[in-house]
Structures are given as C-alpha cells and as structure tokens.
Design a protein around this ligand. Structure first.
Ligand code: C2E
Ligand code: CA
Ligand code: CA
Length: 549
C-alpha cells in the first residue's frame, strides 16, 4: 500500500512535470529550506532542487519589484493574510528578467508561527509573447526573430511605425473602441504581403520585419498608407496618422540592441518632421541626435548656472503712422564655448521640449523689463513705451506665470500696457477654450496680446474670431514674395484688411525693402518690422540708436 507521505511526494513530482511554465515549490520555514521542481531549477538556473537558505531566490528578484515582494511576506508573518499573490520580475538562467506571477499559502503552527509554505510560480514571459489586443507577436518575438536573422547572416530591414493620433482616438471614443482600432490596424498591416512578420510594440506602435532592403521597406510603407489611412468602424470614419522609421541590417547594426536603438533614432526623427516621410537610420542621424543630446545638456547647465550664456537682443518695431519707433521685440540668444552658431530656431524647440523655456522665459521677462526701466530712467530723448516678448505654449502651462509677469511690471514701475505678449506658433497648435480664457485674463490686466507667426503652420483666419488678440504679426515668409507675385500680395492685402475689419492691428514682419514697406503700408498695416529698419541689435546699440538718439 502506498503511504500518504509517498503519495504526497508523487503528487509534487507529477504536478511539477505537468507544465513547463508553472514551477512548484514548498518550504519548511523553521528549517529555512525550500524544495523546487526540476523545471524551476533548469529555467531559473537554481543551484539545485533544495535551496537553503531561500534568499537564493530572493536575490534574483528585480530590485524595483523587491519592495512589493518583501511586503507580501511581512503581511504573511504578521498574519494579515496567509496568501502570497504577487507579480514581479525575476532573473532566469540566461540572465534576463521575466515577469512571473507567484502564488503561495502559509500554514502556521499552534503558536501562530509560520511553519510550512507552498505554492507555484507562473512564467508570464511566455504569455506576453502575444499581444492580447492585436493577437500579434510582441517585442519579445521581434527581438527573437531579428536575432535569428542576424545569427544566420540573413540580411533584412526592420521598420517601426507609431500611430501619432491614437491618443486622440482613445480620448474621443474610449479605450474599448481604441482596442478595436488597434486590432483592426494590426490585421490590416498583417494582411499586406511582402513581410516576414508584424509585431505589436509598446504603446501605439507596430514593427515590421522585412527580408529585403530600403526599396522593399518604402514599398511596404506605401502599402500601409493605402490600407490604414482611412477606414471606418461601426460607422465611425477614422483618419490614421503615423510616423515611421526603419533600419537595414547587417549594414547598420549587427546586434538586436543596436537595431532597436537605430529604430528609436529613426522614428523620433520622423516624428519631429511635419511630413509623414519614412526616415531611415543613418550615421548622420545618429550624430545629429548626439549633438542634440549634448546641446540639451549644455543648455541645462547654462540655466543652472544662473542663465550663463543667454542674452537678449532687440529689434525695432516701427509705427507706420509716425514713422517712429513703436516697440522693440526682445529676442533670445545663446552662446557657449562648446557650440558655435546655435540660433533660436535650434535651441528654443529644445527648451520647449525640456520645459527649460519656463525658467528661461521668466528670466527674459525680468531682464527685458530691467532694460526698459533702466533706459527710461536714463536721461534720454525718447522713452520706450512697449516691449514685445515671445511666449511659447509651454510657458502658459505654468499657472504662476501671469502673477509673475504682473508683479515684475509693478516691481520695475512699468505700466501694464508696456508688455506685448507674442504667442508663438506652438500656442495656436494647442489652441483651446482654456487658453483663450487665459489670454483674456492677461488682457484684463492691461497686457497686449499679439499672435505671432501668422501665415505659417496652423494659423487660420477663422481662429481670429475666437482668439482674444489685439495684434496679428504677419510672418516674414508671407511678405517675402509680395513684390514679385501678385497672388501673394493679394493674400497679404486681404489678411490685413480682414484684421482691420476685426479691429485687430497688424504688424508686418520681414520688411526688407522699401518696395515691401510700400505695399504693406498701402494695405493698412499699423506696425513694421524687418531688416529694412534694422536687424536685432545688442542692447546698448539699440539704446544708443533708438532711445538716446
Ligand atoms: P519670431 O518671433 O517670428 O521672431 C522674428 C524672427 O524673424 C527673428 O529671428 C528675427 O531675427 C527675424 N527677422 C526679423 N526681421 C527680419 C527680416 O526682415 N527678414 C527675415 N527673413 N527675418 C527677419 P530669430 O531671432 O532667429 O528668432 C527666431 C524665432 O525664435 C522667433 O521668431 C521666436 O519664435 C523664437 N524666439 C526668439 N526669442 C524667443 C524668446 O525669447 N522666447 C520664445 N519663446 N521664443 C523666442
Ligand atoms: Ca515674435
Ligand atoms: Ca514672428
């Protein structure tokens, strides 16, 4: 007759062999010894089936997950619960972390001390290979397949696409609908011939592995466009926007990590361009990216170092009626010994992205007001009545900005209408009722609001009726061609007339010649700015030339 003890041990052995992704264990707490199924020994590279002490297992838990894991045992020892149910990452024999789900139950002795603990560990790494929403392989499969191709010296290309408007779809129609969209997208891409496999990557991203080179990738990208740009689900019409990056191997990478970092560079570059062109990884791209990283770091240090390297230059804005100075636009400059010739078009976007523009913006406000107050105090012939300062959208997200601006105007003894706040293009991209309300609050304080870069990007005339603005600044790209092309001139004349009808003043930028000045003056512009008058000048030069003349 088989004894109960033998049956117990057979049960453990049989269960242990029943699955290769569930591992069983039991432990005697008093002897600080645990026994593991052979599959656990093999997969996790344990020194043997009997572990003493159990800390051999604990040492493999990912440091970030250790707190949750340990807390579960604290709860068991303190009798909060006899159950252990915990998800964490643990290192396997190959040294990579896999997600596991660990279940256990504690038996206590008569005195309530932990006595016997048993349970099982489920390997979720294997489950996560397939994405539940799309049914496609995940990043895990992508890495395996690329590694296989690299090992076998099969050349190929990998492409990664990011559905850039997916967030909007999710927030407009809800997450369940978003899942359906994701599923459809996966199916559509997967139905395109000419690829090895399609993978669902993190977030709203897909990867495609192609046995071929750049031509095949470009061909495939075109087909994706045809398939997914526009389709409908349950009567909802969807317009899908995506960015794409690609890399070829083994030319541009011999290891999977290199391939993935190439894809990252290529895709982030593609996202920065406004076109939806596919970007291939290249050495240039890598260097460009590296330069941006170094530049970002250098700018951060400048800010930390009391804005060392930043300075403001001033460009005159003329009043058409009087022909005299109306205001000055404060324009930011930055110089460093490490980088040469970095203009605002290069460093402002970085400051916006890193939110460095928030402190720098406050610094500009303080410095520019200080200049104006100082100039006006000096015994000069003219006073500077207005100062135009640029504001990016990121700055408006700082709720303390308005109070800061007002307190600085007061501190320097400047009347509130001294400040003309120019909203750069980023503000209009993010235009909302909330922003509109915020701008009105600035106006209520007596501050003038100007819409900058009109005629570029997202600017539209219809926006003018919703946006509380006093001045529109016509971008220099619009004025450049008005003396050569009649159509361009008509457009500029029309915009100026429309603004005037809406009671909005116009400041025309890019006045480089007297011919341009004549056209826009005739059309009814109120203010003029451009190289015809002056380039942005260093502070002292501006003072001497325009204020102390
Ligand atoms: P913006 O606000 O449109 O500034 C006008 C830009 O046009 C300036 O370039 C100026 O030098 C240039 N410009 C002036 N007159 C003419 C002309 O007759 N012809 C041509 N072709 N260009 C002219 P800059 O100084 O390089 O500034 C570039 C942009 O950087 C600015 O465009 C603005 O969007 C941003 N920026 C500059 N300073 C600041 C700042 O302090 N804060 C923020 N948020 N953005 C700033
Ligand atoms: Ca401006
Ligand atoms: Ca402008």
């Amino acid at each position: 007759m088989i004894t109960l003890e033998e049956l117990d041990s057979k049960l453990f052995e049989t269960l242990s062999n029943s699955s290769n992704r569930i591992y069983f264990y039991y432990a005697s707490m008093k002897e600080n010894t645990s026994i593991w199924s052979q599959s656990a020994v093999d997969y996790f590279g344990l020194p043997g089936r009997v572990l003493s002490p159990t800390s051999i297992w604990d040492d493999k838990v990912h440091p970030d997950d250790l707190a949750g894991y340990s807390q579960s045992f604290v709860d068991i020892i303190n009798h909060v619960t006899p159950y252990h149910n915990c998800e964490y990452r643990i290192k396997n024999a190959e040294g990579e972390y896999v997600w596991v789900n660990c279940h256990g139950y504690m038996n206590y002795d008569e005195d309530g001390n932990p006595d016997f603990f048993a349970g099982f560990v489920t390997n979720m790494g294997t489950i996560m290979k397939i994405d539940a929403v799309t049914g496609l392989w995940t990043n895990y499969g992508f890495r395996n397949d690329v590694t296989y191709m690299l090992d076998k010296h099969i050349s190929g290309a990998a492409m990664q696409i990011d559905i850039t408007n997916f967030k909007r779809i999710n927030s407009r129609y809800g997450y369940d609908f978003g899942d359906v969209v994701m599923h459809m997208l996966g199916q559509k891409i997967n139905s395109i011939p000419g690829k090895k496999a399609v993978y669902r990557m993190d977030g709203a991203q897909f990867a495609v592995l192609i046995e071929g080179g750049k031509d095949e990738v470009l061909e495939f990208k075109k087909k994706i466009e045809e398939k997914i740009s526009e389709f409908s689900i349950n009567g909802v019409n969807l317009y899908i926007e995506f960015s794409s990056g690609a890399t070829v191997f083994p030319e541009d990478g011999q290891f999977i990590d290199q391939i993935q970092s190439n894809l990252f560079y290529a895709l982030s570059n593609a996202k920065q361009t406004s076109t939806n062109e596919l970007v291939f990884y290249s050495k240039d791209l890598f260097e460009q990216r590296n330069r941006i990283i170094r530049l970002t770091e250098c700018l951060r240090r400048s800010i930390e170092n009391n804005f060392d390297g930043f300075r403001i230059v001033f460009q005159p804005i003329m009043d058409k009626k009087t022909g005299k100075l109306h205001s000055a636009e404060a324009l930011l400059r930055w110089s460093s010994s490490e980088f040469e010739g970095v203009g605002p078009m290069d460093f402002i976007p970085i400051l916006e992205e890193t939110r460095g523009i928030v402190p720098v913006g406050k610094w500009i406000i303080d410095r520019a007001f200080a200049y104006v107050a100082d100039w006006n105090k000096r015994n000069c012939k003219n006073k500077l009545k207005h100062i135009n300062i640029n504001f990016s959208y990121v700055q408006f997200t700082d709720t303390s900005l308005k109070d800061y601006v007002v307190s600085k105007l007061d501190e320097y003894g400047l009347s509130h209408d001294t400040l003309v706040a120019e909203l750069t293009e980023s503000c209009r991209v993010e235009f909302s009722d909330k922003l509109s309300q915020l701008l009105q609050e600035y106006r209520d304080e007596g501050i003038t609001i100007a819409l900058d870069d009109f005629g570029t990007g997202y600017a539209s005339l219809s926006m003018l009726k919703d946006m509380p603005a006093d001045i529109v600044k016509l971008d220099h790209t619009m004025t450049k061609t008005i003396t050569d092309r009649e159509k361009d001139r008509n457009l500029v004349e029309f915009i100026i007339a429309y603004c005037n009808k809406m009671d909005i003043d116009v400041c025309t930028e890019g006045v480089e010649t007297d011919a341009i000045r004549d056209v826009v003056s005739g059309a009814g512009t109120q203010y003029l700015q451009g190289y015809y008058y002056d380039k942005p000048l260093e502070a002292e030069e501006f003072f001497k030339k325009y204020i102390d003349e």
